[in-house]
Design a protein around this ligand. Structure first.
Ligand code: GDP
Ligand code: MG
Length: 334
C-alpha cells in the first residue's frame, strides 16, 4: 500500500472535524508549498541533482529550517536511490512520508499534558508579546471546561495595558473565573492569590498568563523564576506544564525566541499559533527538529475551538490534501 493510501486511512480513523480544522488552517501553506512541489515534479523528467536542489529551495522557502531541510533531502536522496525511483511524480509520496518520519523521529511526540488526577494542575504560559498567549489560554480553558473540569485563570500579565481585561473577556466567554490584581502589580503576588483561590475552590486546573516583555534575558529569567518559585512553594509538584507560545508567522524569529526561553526556564511544550496566517507552515518541522521540544498544540484560527492538539499525520495531510485524495482514489481503482 502506498504511503498516501496509508495516510488517508489513518486520517479517516480520526474525527472529521479535526481533519477539517487542519486542512482549513493549512490552506495558505498548502497553496504555497504543495503547489510548488506539484510544479516541480511536473517540470522534471527525471530525479536528478537539480531536482533536489530546487526542492531544497522550496522547503527553505516554507520555513522548514536549513538543518532540517538538509537532513530531509539527504533522506530523500537515499530513499529514491534505494527504491530506484525515476519518475519525479513518485517522489511526492516519499516527501510526505519523510516529513512524518522526521517529525516523529525527533523524540517524544506525545501531545498529552501532565494533568494531575488528584489535586490541582498548574499550567504556566510564557512567550513574548502578541504571540497569542491570552487567546490560547482562553481556548484551552474552553477545552478543559467542556471536559467537565473546574478551571481557574490567573491574570499574571500585569504589565501590558488591557491584558487583564482581555483575559477577563475570555473568562466570561468561556465561563471561568479570573483571579486578578490591579495593573502594574507584582505578577508573583497574583500567582500566590490565584493558587490560594484554586485550592480553596478545589479547582482542577489553574492556567497562568504572564507578561511577555523580553527586554533582556536576565530580567525575563528573574521574573519567570520568581513566578515559578511562588507556585512551587504552594504546590510542590507545580507548575506541571510550562507552555511556550510561538507565533508561526514570525518564522526564524520564533526559533530565536524558543532558544531564549529554553535557556531561561524548563519549557515542557510549545503552542504554535497562527498557523492559519502563514504560507510558511514548515516552521513546525524546524521547531520540532531543532529544539526537541514537542509541539503540543497548534492555533489554526482565532475562535474558541481553533486550538488543536498537534498531529503529524493531520499536518502532512493538510499540506498535501489534494494529492493524497487523488492518489488514494487512483489506487482504489487499480
Ligand atoms: P499575547 O500578547 O501573547 O497574549 O497575544 P494575544 O492572545 O493577545 O494574541 C494576539 C493576537 O493574535 C490576537 O489578535 C489574537 O486573536 C491573535 N491570535 C492568537 N492565536 C491565533 C491563531 O491561532 N490564529 C490567528 N489567526 N490569530 C491568532
Ligand atoms: Mg496577553
Amino acid at each position: 500500500m502506498s504511503f498516501f493510501k496509508k495516510l488517508k486511512e489513518t486520517i479517516t480513523k480520526q474525527t472529521d472535524s479535526v481533519t477539517e480544522k487542519f486542512k482549513d488552517g493549512l490552506t495558505k501553506t498548502r497553496d504555497n508549498f504543495s503547489n510548488k512541489v506539484n510544479d516541480l515534479v511536473s517540470r522534471y523528467r527525471k530525479v536528478d541533482e537539480d531536482f533536489f536542489e530546487e526542492l531544497e529551495e522550496i522547503l527553505i522557502g516554507a520555513d522548514v529550517g536549513f538543518d532540517t531541510v538538509m537532513e530531509l533531502v539527504e533522506e530523500l536522496r537515499r530513499e529514491v536511490k534505494r527504491k530506484n525511483i525515476q519518475d519525479p511524480r513518485e517522489v511526492q509520496a516519499v516527501i510526505s512520508e519523510k516529513l512524518v518520519d522526521i517529525y516523529e523521529s525527533a523524540g517524544e511526540t506525545s501531545t498529552e499534558l501532565n494533568i494531575q488526577t488528584d489535586g490541582l494542575t498548574v499550567i504556566l504560559f510564557v512567550g513574548v508579546n502578541g504571540v497569542g498567549k491570552t487567546t490560547t489560554i482562553g481556548k484551552l480553558a474552553h477545552k478543559f471546561k467542556s471536559e467537565g473540569k473546574n478551571v481557574l485563570l490567573a491574570a499574571g500579565d500585569t504589565f501590558r495595558a488591557g491584558a487583564i481585561e482581555q483575559l477577563e473577556v475570555w473568562g466570561e466567554r468561556v465561563g471561568v473565573d479570573v483571579i486578578k490584581q490591579g495593573a502594574g502589580s507584582d505578577p508573583a503576588a497574583v500567582m500566590y492569590d490565584a493558587v490560594q483561590s484554586a485550592k480553596s475552590r478545589n479547582a482542577d486546573i489553574l492556567i497562568c498568563d504572564t507578561a511577555g516583555r523580553l527586554q533582556n534575558k536576565v530580567n525575563l529569567m528573574k521574573e519567570l523564576e520568581k513566578v515559578k518559585r511562588v507556585i512551587e512553594r504552594e504546590v510542590p509538584s507545580a507548575p506541571h506544564e510550562v507552555l511556550l507560545v510561538l507565533d508561526a508567522t514570525t518564522g526564524q524569529n520564533a526559533m530565536i525566541q524558543a532558544k531564549t526561553f529554553k535557556e531561561a526556564t524548563d519549557v515542557t511544550g510549545i503552542v504554535l499559533t497562527k498557523l492559519d496566517g502563514t504560507a510558511k507552515g514548515g516552521i513546525v518541522l524546524a521547531i520540532r527538529n531543532e529544539l526537541e521540544i514537542p509541539v503540543k498544540f497548534v492555533g489554526l484560527g482565532e475562535k474558541m475551538d481553533d486550538l488543536q492538539e498537534f498531529n503529524a499525520e493531520q499536518y502532512v495531510y493538510g499540506l498535501f490534501a489534494d494529492i493524497v485524495e487523488k492518489e488514494a482514489a487512483e489506487e482504489e481503482e487499480e
